[in-house]
Design a protein around this ligand. Sequence first.
Ligand code: OAD
Length: 232
Amino acid sequence: MTGKIVILTGAGLSAESGLGTFRDKDGIWTQHSLEDVATPEGFARDPALVHGFYNARRVQAAKASPNAAHHALARLQQEWKAPVVIVTQNVDGLHEAAGAEVVHMHGRLAGALCHRCAHRWDAPPEMSPDDPCPACRQPATRPDVVWFGEVPYHMEAIVAHLSDSDLFVAIGTSGQVYPAAGFVAEAAQAGAETLEINLERTDISGAFEAHRLGPASEVVPAWVESLLPRDG
Ligand code: OAD
């Protein structure tokens, strides 16, 4: 395989950096109600609660460091002779901290968005419902993350990448949230090989041709090593 690689990453990639996943035992959705903190309706009901949830995650993400899996993917992107497109559902900045360029389909904790005028700016560590938008001055600021019921970002570009990929790899994602969970089928339809890297099998494992099971910090560097020529 020497062609274009599209990689989808999820919370399992950052688990060994100390950031919680969503659906594992003790995952974020076992401690918080998804409807309250990750929907536009929840934000309309109680913006302070939602800001508090993302403020805590922003502080935690800012303290975290990329692990060996993030570094290996950045190296693959730099050294592979064909394009390596990394699409992440993660809102942390750990891919960038490792030196990779990524498409943030679920937005970023580091971003703020005005829901009145759509202006975007860098989020301060703590956001609150009273913060005015720097452009329109309305107290209408929200984290620049995609909530349930909203359309993920960059979908047109992602679909185009899937349609001419030669290999599609999903890493550390449970395959329970669409449209990301449908990417493997789109890539396979376009003729790509498919590989799932995860701690355990997922509900959509059957859609992949190949699997590598284990912790991302071990399995991802080993997979990248198997693709890249040895140094020297
Ligand atoms: P999940 O929490 O649903 O799934 C994480 C996956 O990573 C599970 O399949 C775990 O088995 C696996 N995993 C855990 N630790 C791992 C490790 N060290 N190495 C490899 N794999 C590991 O997280 P996502 O699939 O990313 O969306 O969740 C998708 C979306 O649902 C998120 O972006 C978020 C969430 O609700 C929104 O908030 C809109």
